[in-house]
Design a protein around this ligand. Sequence first.
Ligand code: PHE
Length: 452
Amino acid sequence: MSKERVNFGSKLGMVLATAGSAVGLGNVWRFPYMTGQNGGAVFIMGYIGCVVLLGLPCMMSEFIIGRHGAANTGRAYGKMGTHSLWRLVGCMSVLTGFLITGYYAVVSGWCLQYIFSSAFGELNGNPTYITEYFKDFSSAPLQPVIWTVAILAMTHFVIIHGVRSGIERASKIMMPLLFILLLVVVVGSCMLPGAGRGIEFLFRPDFSKLDSNMFLAAMGQSFYSLSIGMGCICTFASYFSRQANLMKSAVNIVLIDSLIAILAGLMIFPAAFSVGVNPDSGPSLIFITLPNVFREAFASMPILGTIIATGFYILLSLAALTSLISLHEVSTAFFYEELHTTRKKAATIVTVSCCIMGAFCSLSIGGRDWLMIGGKSLFDVFDFVTGQIFLPIVGFLTCLFLGWVVPRKTVKDEFTNWGTLRSTLFGVYMVLIRYVCPVCIVAIFLNQLGVI
Ligand code: PHE
């Protein structure tokens, strides 16, 4: 049974929805702490290089596969491939997206809880109190599970309204709101005494910090931040029209994503430096370090502090929600088309299974024995398996697929909209996708596994 395919209704909607997928916790939380750990401005320069040389071509590849296939990611790979095994790569990408939805929803749920925690002044206390607050909350049996279900319910609500009136409309509201909130918090943060040192850390490169680990970290971050290898970009591209200029859209999305990451740095570093905290504390940055930073930085203006902190968690939740919507859509589109069911039923299957997966991931954080695998919590196992194993494998195979397997003409036709757009960059794209990207992905993969 073939179903009528919908498209995004406007170019703006298409770019904002896809940028919404890319802009997420990776920009607001992971990028700043990676920058903190890897020497500030030099990391940013390395990151921009990776985005241009790796992120952009990989995003183009997913665009090409998705739009060509005009189907869910599993089927889209199958339609382009000469062998049915390629369909498996697409399915693996869907599976990666599906598994990530479960644990990404847990962290997104924490962001929702922290909106209330900061608005009601529950985070006012000394650093030990804030650390304990986070530990108690995240390992509790009920509360974080409820928030996980809540954010999945919001996602479900958007998804069942379809591509145009659900995803596209929500993105057109949420993305500008996120941007405005970000600017407000950036201004608040940059006005603090001593903020200049944070700005300097972000923009003045210290070349002594350059090393290979920094590059590998920057490469990994560029893939994560652009949502590559998890079916999201490919699924959204399957809703692009035949007239959409893929290269231009990819450039716009990459620019929005990088701009938001840098603004997030401008929000976090000045505040952190102003109170003398180095923002390199890893995953605990947003839930432990930042509440401390906000409280201390705005000690003399507690109301402004509360407003800024609440605004920050709202923007974090918005960023997480737009990414979650794209993750959910990967599996919804898959079940919708493969099970020949209605969109609502497909979405329900995804939501219910992600709630169950999310609940187990959340419960595993409290160190419950029955949810530990090889000494790691289920949450960490999901993170590891999807981000460090599946994602690089899918990314690598996708590059080989477009670079070496799919006929060059098919790729070029999509790249240039059947010869109607200029093809100057096509040669460069092919070189990147055939040689540079696969080699770099293998390097990231081995580095993450600790082999190099
Ligand atoms: N790109 C998102 C972020 O920056 C994370 C994400 C990865 C979202 C993969 C969807 C799919 O947070």
